[in-house]
Design a protein around this ligand. Sequence first.
Ligand SMILES: [Zn+2]
Length: 333
Amino acid sequence: MISKRDLLAHSLDVTGIGRMLRAARAWNGVLVLNYHRIGDPSDSWLDHNLWSATAEDFEWQVAFIARNFDVIGLADLEHALNQPRGQFVMLTFDDGYHDNFSTAFPILKSHGVPATFFIATGFIDSPHVPVWDELAWMSRTTELPFLAENDWLPSPVSFVGQNRAQGFRQLLTVYRTAGSELIGEYLDFLADALGTGRCPAAMSDGQWMTWDMLREMQAGGMTFGGHTVNHPILANSTADQQDWEVGECRRRLMEELGQPIDAFSYPNGKPCDFNEFTRAALKHHGYRWAFSFSGSYCPPNYADHFALCRTAIETDIDLPQFRAVTTLPQVFS
Ligand SMILES: [Zn+2]
């Protein structure tokens, strides 16, 4: 199905109306783009939604951004937010996947473009399969056609044919709303009910960056921020857990990278995924900036530095859509 955004983006591209709109209603402020993984997911058993762009599309996107906007790093954010006019773009990545180093970093370097990488330090310190990837693996490998509703699942889940992707989304929704302390129990339940067992640890081999890779990227002009240790959805965690997740990931990043860590991005990042305890923890541990996963761009003098807007770049965004999202974020993101 073609979405409204898709239709609009393509007609703007084809008719040239986009050029007019760009001139007439240019945005001002800071547009922060968010990526997760770069590459081709087609052979992977893991969560395909995490792939934001192929290497070719990412290369095109970086070149387009560098040509059309002021690309800034984290160090320039305060200055950029204080400018009454200007189109500043920041590139960010979440989680710490290996392709950030092997695929994205060389492309960024070749265009002289900085980016900020938000790292869940637990994936670097002890590489393991994250919940969303494990749920994707279970959904792909189960031979069960159907799971009846039960104490965990409010409605039946089908894994037949085209329903498999929807089934995965249903499993994901339960994970996103359950208390952090229940997730292990939920995965054990599914492992048994779906007949898949838990995802083999070897599935995480080569999935994550190492501290040496992060240091090489830092030497190459990239910056880093916190994204918790264990990637819980913070609003589903107690105030004490949140404080530990927020503080400990900063401590590990500073220990390994030898530089202050000023920025954080919220796991999942929707307004319901963090709360006043999260903000208190960020302040307590000395962060200056925190990025959400909603909104479009930050207009000049945007005041809430613990809820900076970000625009998600996802696999289904093709090049005309990318052009539309970045030139008219107020309409398309
Ligand atoms: Zn994340």
